[in-house]
Design a protein around this ligand. Sequence first.
Ligand code: NG6
Ligand code: CA
Length: 508
Amino acid sequence: IHKFYLSLLILFAFSCKETNKNIQNDISKEADTIVQPNIVVIYLDDLGYGDISANGATEINTPNIDNLANGGVRFTNGYATSATCTPSRYGILTGVYPWRNKDAQILPGTAPLIISTNQMTVPKMLKEQGYATGIVGKWHLGLGTGHVNWNERVSPGPNEVGFDYSYIMAATQDRVPTVYIKDGHVDGLDPNDPIEIDYSKNYDNQPTGKDNPELLNMKWHHGHNNSIVNGIPRIGFMKGGEDAKWSDVDMADHFLEKAQAYVKDHKKEPFFLYYALQQPHVPRTPHPRFVGKSGMGPRGDVILEADWVIGEFMKTLENEGILENTLIVFTSDNGPVLNDGYYDDAVEKLGKHTPAGGLRGGKYSLFDAGTHVPFITYWKGTIKPTVSEALVCQIDLLNSLASLTGSTQKTDDSKDIIDALLGKTKSGRTDLILEASQKTALRSGDWILIPPYEGSSFNDQVKIELGVSEAYQLYNIKEDRAQDNNLAETNTEKLKEMITTYEKLRGT
Ligand code: NG6
Ligand code: CA
């Protein structure tokens, strides 16, 4: 009898061991697919598909960006959600189409925050997964709830939607306030020189771009004729805050230092850094080290500056020993523009350079160059270098990074395309709604449908075709990259199919 119980006990112990083993196997199986690399999004401002030599530019050389492209996945069909900044930034951070939010349009520097503090965001999701989360650079998603007092803590802002650390410019380089904001506080503010901001009226007859051309070292072409800071006329009026005002020519170095410091401070934990550079948005203010270096005027010079910055940033990752544990996503918020409101030789010195890389339109446009942007993923040692035609969009970061890091968070608009982002497959999403000024279009497979819209078809100030027409437009982007042949009348079957898909996705 004793023997019998003993063998039973042994049998029981053995089966427990087996079960344990199975459990362990399951855990390690999961742990194999869930990884928590550092994640860095390097986000350029108004950089066109054709502005980097990796995408075929011959008149400008961007060796550091090319290193990412040639050592990672270079996407030939990578998209921002929108043809301007605010909506694209909304899309990349929330995983929600910006046309669902009527406030997701170019914002003044005084606009309230347009991301709800209850909303899921990429940094929030990663924070839940144990990441440290930081933003350095351009924000442009609004701050506060309506009436910001710039002399107190400005909130809600990035810190309230998922970032533990923020060092930002509030809106754009051409808009006031022209100060940096650290975790909600204006950096370097003298309490005896408080800041006031107004977008409708000037303060105490201060000089303006409009009335005081003699004070300007950069001339405005359209808009941009309010308060003057560092000899550059801006959008909006600002009073006070003298000590806190940024130096435009040092902005790239300044943000780089903050980004490098962030990496050094957080190298021991998984971190997410959203590094949003200001180039080549206007006003283009290269540091003197880069002036004249491109032969293309300030627009080319700041692209070289941005490329240098990226090289320095990559060196930091390498020197800190974390390059092989860091996934980098490089892209741009919208397509290119030359004259965006200042006389800065962007048009005159362009030469043979093609910022849109053969795509039609540009910033503000529903044509492809508005949203079809440089898009690169890089992860040394993990991503095998390749060129991918997969359709990928910035809005997909939410679901894809969630899937990578083991989060179950997701939005309906975002798609889990992590395998495409890591170069493991060449297929991405099938359909994508594109947006310009709340007008939308559909990319589906190789096809683009632009529904009819009223409104002007050409922005005469920036000299860009907007893609707006009262007739349906249908293009095969693979065969007709420049969108020269509208097939809406000849391929009625495809047109019908595209309209059906478009209406389904838009919910109209
Ligand atoms: C426009 C500005 C343009 C730029 C843009 C925002 C004028 C006439 N034009 O309104 O210069 O600032 O807004 O660019 O003011 S974005 O990349 O941030 O969307
Ligand atoms: Ca932009």
